[in-house]
Design a protein around this ligand. Structure first.
Ligand code: NAD
Ligand code: TYD
Length: 354
């Protein structure tokens, strides 16, 4: 059976991608390579645990020998690379792990893929792909009237997270240019949806709202993000993997810019409808806290190239995607308590105490 190798497939995006991929009954199998850091959770993969097309390997992408073994054993048709340290706030406090996984890990994976691809026969080599999943944060911060980010926007990463992702993008580009590795790169805006770790804005606000805690909005709450429902991102990645032009870059976004405060208000209003409090509104729990250092003011994406070349547009509006997301968190409180380990709770408590 043919397989694709997915890294970071126990995380938010990778987990959704694996579930979506295998939901298609004709899909190739998945070799799911994940170290299972605090952000990775096997419970996300419960729906495919018994699916013979899903093979899970708890492996660090910095481990070259383990990667070589997986390539040799399963001979994947493609690599879809999600594994990363992904949270900006953590990168400010502990940047070392971001350099290790995002840069050294991507380098190690590229080396393993290069060795594997180089030894493939002509037919297999033609179809092999390495899809690198990157972020719009590598482009830095936009002013209120600047045009949206596109494939030609110069790099200007501002956080240790975005700088480490930018470094990995450059390595991927260089492996195409220098060695002819058949790569594709995507830069996506902020995603939301089921299985997102409750340290990111939307799931954190839902968890805190339901737990009767404060909803901490950084600074003045006027920072802008361009929100995309996770299934729409997965659909875009499938299109790029299937029909993207080799060596090309695609920006992916939801065409939906909102300030953080607008997002939190919308979320509170939705929770007021779906799970009303005994008295008052969830909006009463909002507080403004000290801003994140170096906080990027605005991200926005022009996804026209993806639409023009591959016919992709998001299927969900923010309203429909958010409603699905809130309902999923209401129905899956056990998943949330499971991933919110003592270690994570202590970290958040320390940050807000400081
Ligand atoms: P996540 O933090 O939820 O998941 C990351 C996964 O990678 C986890 O399962 C973790 O266990 C795994 N991992 C971490 N270090 C590893 C290592 N050394 N070896 C193997 N596995 C390791 O992240 P996410 O939000 O799902 O993001 C996935 C990718 O998509 C990242 O590369 C991120 O930059 C990119 N991205 C995310 C968003 C977003 O809004 N979430 C938007 C654009 C791009
Ligand atoms: P986040 O989900 O961490 O994504 P990113 O920093 O990668 O965009 O944050 C989204 C926005 O929400 C960002 O502007 C920071 C802000 N934010 C808050 O205001 N409060 C919070 O508790 C968190 C986690 C984020």
């Amino acid at each position: 059976m043919s397989h694709i190798l997915v890294t970071g497939g126990a995380g938010f995006l990778g987990g959704n991608f694996v579930l979506n991929w295998l939901a298609n009954s004709d899909a190739e199998g998945v070799i799911n390579v994940d170290k299972l850091t605090y952000a990775g959770n096997r419970k996300t993969l419960a729906p495919v645990e018994d699916d013979p097309r899903h093979i899970f390997s708890q492996t660090d992408i910095c481990d070259r020998t383990a990667l070589d073994d997986l390539f040799a054993k399963y001979k994947p048709r493609a690599v879809v690379h999600f594994a990363a340290e992904s949270h900006v706030d953590r990168s400010i406090h502990e940047p070392g792990e971001f350099v290790r996984t995002n840069i050294v890990g991507t380098f190690t994976l590229l080396e393993a893929a290069r060795a594997y691809c180089g030894a493939l026969g002509a037919d297999a080599k033609v179809v092999f792909r390495f899809l690198h999943v990157s972020t719009d944060e590598v482009f830095g911060s936009l002013g209120p009237n600047d045009p949206q980010f596109s494939e030609t926007t110069p790099y200007a990463p501002n956080s240790p997270y975005s700088a480490s992702k930018a470094a990995s993008d450059h390595l991927v580009r260089a492996y195409h240019h220098t060695y002819g590795l058949p790569v594709l790169t995507t830069h996506c805006s902020n995603n939301y949806g089921p299985y997102q770790f409750p340290e990111k804005l939307i799931p954190l606000m839902i968890a805190n709202a339901l737990g009767g805690k404060f909803l901490p909005v950084y600074g003045d709450g006027q920072h802008v993000r361009d929100w995309l429902y996770v299934d729409d991102h997965c659909a875009a990645l499938r299109e790029v993997l299937a029909r993207g032009r080799l060596g090309e870059v695609y920006t992916v976004g939801g065409w939906h810019e909102m300030t953080n405060l607008e997002v939190v208000y919308t979320l509170c209003d939705m929770l007021d409808q779906l799970k009303p409090k005994a008295s008052g509104s969830y909006r009463d729990q909002i507080i403004f806290v000290k801003d994140r250092p170096g906080h990027d003011r605005r991200y926005a994406i022009n996804a026209r190239k993806l639409e023009r070349e591959l016919g992709w547009r998001p299927a969900e509006t923010f309203e429909t995607g958010l409603r699905k997301t809130v309902q999923w968190y209401l129905d899956n409180q056990a998943w949330v308590s499971d991933v919110m380990s003592g270690e994570h709770r202590n970290r958040l408590a320390k940050r807000y105490a400081a």
